[in-house]
Write a protein that binds this ligand. Structure first.
Ligand code: SAM
Length: 234
């Protein structure tokens, strides 16, 4: 059974899409999508040989070799211009790694209209990259599974409604422009915990013999934002 996390990621792939799943591991996600949607095609990219071989095995077992191409290589470099990919999925890695995969592979994104990303940490870095590169965040989800909280970020090229607003950009990068607006229950759980972590770090920084005033005030600023958001500000 596919995890709720990957099921939710899959729900953001448009019907009939030709998409790439980068860091596909067992290729569970492209197999799930292509079994449900007869028109869908995919490329499963993997940088490591072990997962690459697992991906081939899953695709073969599911009888999907004609619609899912498993490729070994780093990030988006497995894609060719004439593949005609419309969407890219990158899930289950840190936001910094997702960001660097997108940045390094920018040239391969020219015809990609949708990016579906599920960063495990550091969502902020990814949102900043999307904003800087003219992708608009059109959907965001937060969910809890097996004691972990996951965020899913969907970004489209040339989308009409841009949720980013000058003046509150840094907050939007941190919390997510759409999550900040919807504020579901899990969002509160995540940020209560994040506030607790920052309080602890700030306490430790104040006690330390070597002070770093810039870092300290950055943490204090974030803690203040979190407290405002939790107590109903936006
Ligand atoms: N996407 C799956 C998911 O969400 O369940 C698998 C996540 S798994 C934790 C991360 C996978 O990304 C690993 O299989 C790893 O080999 C692969 N990976 C890491 N860096 C990569 C890169 N630069 N290019 C392609 N794959 C990469």
């Amino acid at each position: 059974k596919l995890s709720d996390r990957l099921r939710k990621v899959a729900s953001f792939i448009t019907p009939g899409s030709y998409f790439a799943d980068i860091g596909s591991d067992h290729a569970y996600l492209p197999c799930y999508v292509c079994m449900k949607d007869n028109e869908a095609h995919a490329i499963a990219g993997e940088v490591n040989r072990g997962p690459y071989e697992s991906a081939i095995e899953t695709v073969t077992q599911c009888n999907l070799s004609s619609r899912i191409d498993v490729r070994l290589g780093n990030g988006l470099s497995v894609l060719n211009v004439d593949d005609g990919i419309d969407s890219v999925v990158i899930a289950g890695m840190g936001g910094a790694l997702i960001r660097s995969i997108l940045e390094e592979g920018k040239a391969h994104l020219r015809n990609v209209s949708r990016i579906v990303a599920q960063p495990n940490v550091d969502e902020r870095q990814l949102r900043k990259w999307l904003y800087t590169n003219d992708y608009t965040i059109t959907e965001e989800e937060i969910l809890e599974e097996n004691g972990h909280i996951y965020e899913i970020i969907v970004a489209d090229k040339n989308a009409e409604r841009n949720p980013f607003k000058e003046g509150i950009l840094d907050r939007q990068f941190l919390f997510g422009p759409i999550l900040l607006h919807k504020k579901p229950q899990v969002f509160y759980r995540k940020w209560e915990h994040e506030a607790f972590k920052r309080e602890r770090v700030i306490g430790e920084m104040k006690k330390a013999s070597k002070q770093n005033p810039e870092k300290l005030s950055a943490f204090q600023q974030e803690l203040q934002w979190i407290q405002e958001v939790l107590s109903n500000g936006r």
